[in-house]
Every structure is written in structure tokens, then in C-alpha cells.
Design a binder for this molecule. Structure first.
Ligand code: FAD
Length: 405
């Protein structure tokens, strides 16, 4: 295979932490330096917390640098599926929260003046079979009934937008996109300016709770802390007994390919997906086609995997998918192909709040929609830890309650 397996986004290097041994004590230890971890550090500082220590291990393997840059309203489910799982009233509440957290991302970008190639041009969910077309139509109706923006676009209009072999689509104007590494680095820099500590290549192996605090066991020795935030998404069960024993989060591998810059003028550059979200795409600032997914066609569905090696079956499937669904009169040359590990939540919602210990908190379990959810969940978690008021929707994410089921 000729493609490099470095993610396109990592052409902008992810800032790493101090490689010296970490301090032996910290008030709050955050495990993870991806979007969740740096956002937790940033928001906790905003609430006045000090002496915070972020730890990470194998920094660049994190999903944060390996995603498709979509910042989307909703979750991985359509409004139709979401209403069937949770009931319409709860689905509406959760949908509104998903919009609010996209707004939090935008506010952070503006407040910190982060140059993250942020654009807010909408999101297109494209149907490639009749069942999905119907799902789009029903979802548009449900979303409109609830007062959210959503539009149905028919097959003729979709073909005019440069797509082939597609049926109708659902368009939502509020969704956005950004460069995930630039955004994460921008938030991290603010945390570091605020006096936060960050150490890399420290593998957390266990969290031991006691009446005097939490002992964070690592391969560089134990760290005593008053509280811990688990911000390791798919990796959380590897060192947290709470997640391991309850199997609340399962890892699965996602894969993306990205072309060389194209001459072709795309009519839709903003985030779009096909096939019930199993394929997702974006046109980069330098006019490359970035497309990911296809795991549904792998015999294992790529579930239970922590290796970020790419699967050639998926790489080939994505290339063929692009040929079948984009009207591009130019040979596409692929340059990047990479994989990353996402965390599927058993409840289809993230786990935000205290776990079975009042000193060990989590913000994790985003099932593929982690850009806005990681940042927004961290904002919510900081409020919970600070004892500030929280929206009523927070109860749906309580790890303590969900973990008991
Ligand atoms: C292929 C792919 C495409 C995606 N596309 C999108 C998209 O377009 N839009 C979207 O919203 N979401 C997308 N996602 C999901 C999104 O990227 C993730 O949900 C989000 O990045 C999770 O961020 P996080 O910080 O919680 O976890 P991660 O970014 O995975 O970070 C985990 C952190 O935990 C640390 N860690 C792990 N184990 C240990 C340990 N033992 N000790 C110390 N530290 C440890 C790691 O070093 C890392 O810092 C995609 C994901 C993938 C893989």
C-alpha cells in the first residue's frame, strides 16, 4: 500500500507533555490528553481548581487526532432511531443538549481565538438505500415537530450536488467542522498558560480509591490525588475497574483515507455521511477528499480492537465507495490511510459524572461523535465537580446510575 498511515491532521503535530517523571502528588489527575482530557483541564481551571495534572500514554494513537473533523448535532443515531431508543421527549432533550455542546465548541474557539479552520456550513445525511431514505424523511419530520432545523433533499437535488447512486438526504444547517489537532492544541495551550501540568508517556494501570484520596498507579510510580477524571474514552476499561467490570464502553476501530489535493470543485465541502452514518466524509481546506467508515462490512465489525493498524479490506472498500458515490472526473490518488479507536457506549450515551467512587469521575463513551461531545461533556463534568447548577439532561449521563443497571 502506498499511503502513509500518519493521519492527515497530524501534519500539525500534537503538543506532547513533559517526559520527566510525573509529580508524586496532584489535587486532580486527569487520565487522557485528547479532546476530553484537555477540555476537562481547561474547564476545571475556569471553575477555580488548581494543581491539575494531565497524564497520557502513546499520545498520537488517540482518536482525537484520527477523526473526520465533524462537529455534529445529535448523536450517531438518526432522530427516528434516537426516539425509538429513548422515547420522543427524552430524545428531544438530548438533541437540544447536543446542539448546546456544539455551541460550546464554537464559543471556546472564539473566546480563545483558536485558529482551527472552524466552519459552520451544515451537515448532510445521505441515503443510499430506500430504508435510509425513509429514515431521513421520518427524522426530518420529528426534528421539525420538535422545533429543530432539518430539511429533506430529494435524489435529483443530491445528484446536482455531485453525488452518484444516492437517494434523498437530510440537511441540518447548524453542524460544523474543525481541525481536531489545532482545536485540541489550542485548548491545551490555554490550560498550560493557566498553570496546568501535563506529562506524557505515563501509563496508568489502576485507580485505587481510599478515604484519603485516589492512588493512581502508573508505570512511573504511584501518584496521590484528591480526585481523578477518567478521560480516556475507549481505553477507560484498561485501567478502571468500574468500566471494566460493567463493560460500559467497548472499543472499536474506525478507519479513514484521504486523497491528494484534487482539481475537482466539490459543491459540498461540509461534513456528510452515507449508509446510516457508516461512511462519513469531509473536504479538507486544501481540497482533499477525506472519507472514513466501512467497518460494517468487516466480519468482526472492528469491535474489541485496540490495534491502530489499518485493515486493507476497509481501505479498499472506502476507495470503491468513493468511486461509486462521488461524481469526480479525475483519477483520485490516495495519500493517507489511518485508523483510530472509538468507544461504544452500552447505553448509547456518554458517562459524565462520579463513578461508584465520589472521587473518581468520568467523561467518556461517545460512540463515534466525540468532537463536540468530548468538549461539551468536559464542560458539564467541571460543573458537576464544582457543585454548580447543571441542566436536567445531566441525569441521563450519570455513570453511577447507569453503571448499576
Ligand atoms: C476514525 C474515526 C473517525 C471519527 N470521526 C469523528 C467525527 O468526525 N466527529 C466526531 O465527533 N467524532 C469522531 N470520532 C470520535 C472522536 O474522535 C472521539 O470520540 C474523541 O476524539 C474522543 O476523545 P477523548 O479525548 O475522549 O479520547 P481519545 O482521543 O481516544 O484520547 C484518549 C486518551 O487517553 C489516554 N490514555 C489511554 N490509556 C491510557 C493509560 N493507560 N494511561 C494514561 N493515558 C491513557 C491516551 O493517551 C489519550 O490521551 C472519530 C473517531 C475515529 C477513530
Amino acid at each position: 500500500m502506498s499511503e502513509t498511515n500518519l493521519p492527515y491532521w497530524l501534519e500539525v503535530p500534537a503538543i506532547k507533555g513533559d517526559l520527566a517523571p510525573p509529580p508524586k502528588n496532584a489535587s486532580i489527575v486527569i487520565v487522557g490528553s485528547g479532546l476530553s482530557g484537555v477540555s476537562a483541564g481547561y474547564f476545571l481551571q475556569k471553575h477555580g481548581f488548581e494543581d491539575i495534572l494531565i497524564l497520557d500514554y502513546k499520545t498520537e494513537e488517540s482518536a482525537t487526532y484520527r477523526n473526520c473533523g465533524h462537529i455534529l448535532h445529535g448523536t450517531v443515531e438518526s432522530m427516528k432511531a434516537f426516539s425509538e431508543i429513548h422515547g420522543y421527549e427524552k430524545a428531544k432533550e438530548l438533541w437540544q443538549f447536543s446542539i448546546d455542546i456544539c455551541q460550546v465548541v464554537q464559543s471556546t474557539i472564539l473566546e480563545l481565538k483558536i485558529d482551527a479552520d472552524y466552519r459552520r456550513d451544515g451537515y448532510l445525511v445521505i441515503a443510499i438505500d430506500k430504508s435510509e431514505e425513509l429514515e431521513c424523511q421520518v427524522s426530518v419530520k420529528l426534528l421539525k415537530k420538535a422545533g429543530f432545523h432539518s430539511e429533506f433533499i430529494d435524489a435529483i437535488e443530491i445528484s446536482k450536488l455531485g453525488f452518484k447512486n444516492c437517494l434523498g438526504a437530510r440537511f441540518e444547517k447548524g453542524s460544523a467542522q474543525a481541525h481536531p489537532v489545532k482545536f485540541r492544541n489550542g485548548v491545551l495551550n490555554e490550560y498550560l498558560r493557566g498553570g496546568g501540568k501535563y506529562h506524557s508517556d505515563v501509563k496508568v494501570t489502576k485507580l485505587e480509591d481510599s478515604s484519603s484520596g485516589v492512588l493512581v498507579q502508573t508505570d512511573k510510580g504511584p501518584i496521590h490525588s484528591d480526585a481523578v477524571v477518567i478521560a480516556a474514552n475507549a481505553y477507560s476499561p484498561l485501567f478502571s475497574d468500574f468500566f471494566k467490570t460493567r463493560r460500559l464502553i467497548e472499543p472499536f476501530r474506525g478507519q479513514i483515507i484521504t486523497s491528494k489535493p484534487l482539481k475537482h470543485q466539490f459543491k459540498v465541502k461540509y461534513p456528510h455521511s452515507f449508509d446510516h452514518g457508516y461512511e462519513y466524509a469531509l473536504i479538507t481546506e486544501d481540497n482533499r477528499l477525506m472519507i472514513g467508515g466501512w467497518r460494517n462490512y468487516s466480519p468482526t465489525k472492528e469491535v474489541g480492537i485496540y490495534s491502530i493498524e489499518t485493515n486493507p479490506l476497509i481501505t479498499d472498500g472506502l476507495k470503491k465507495f468513493a468511486e461509486n458515490h462521488y461524481e469526480i472526473n479525475e483519477e483520485i490518488q490516495w495519500q493517507y490511510s489511518w485508523a483510530g479507536i472509538m468507544g461504544a457506549s452500552q447505553t448509547s450515551l456518554p458517562f459524565i459524572g462520579p463513578t461508584n467512587s465520589d472521587r473518581i469521575f468520568s467523561c467518556a463513551g461517545y460512540t463515534g461523535h466525540g468532537f463536540s461531545w468530548a468538549h461539551g461533556s468536559a464542560a458539564l463534568l467541571a460543573r458537576i465537580i464544582a457543585g454548580s447548577s447543571v441542566p436536567s439532561v445531566a441525569k441521563y449521563f450519570s455513570p453511577k446510575t447507569l453503571g448499576l443497571k
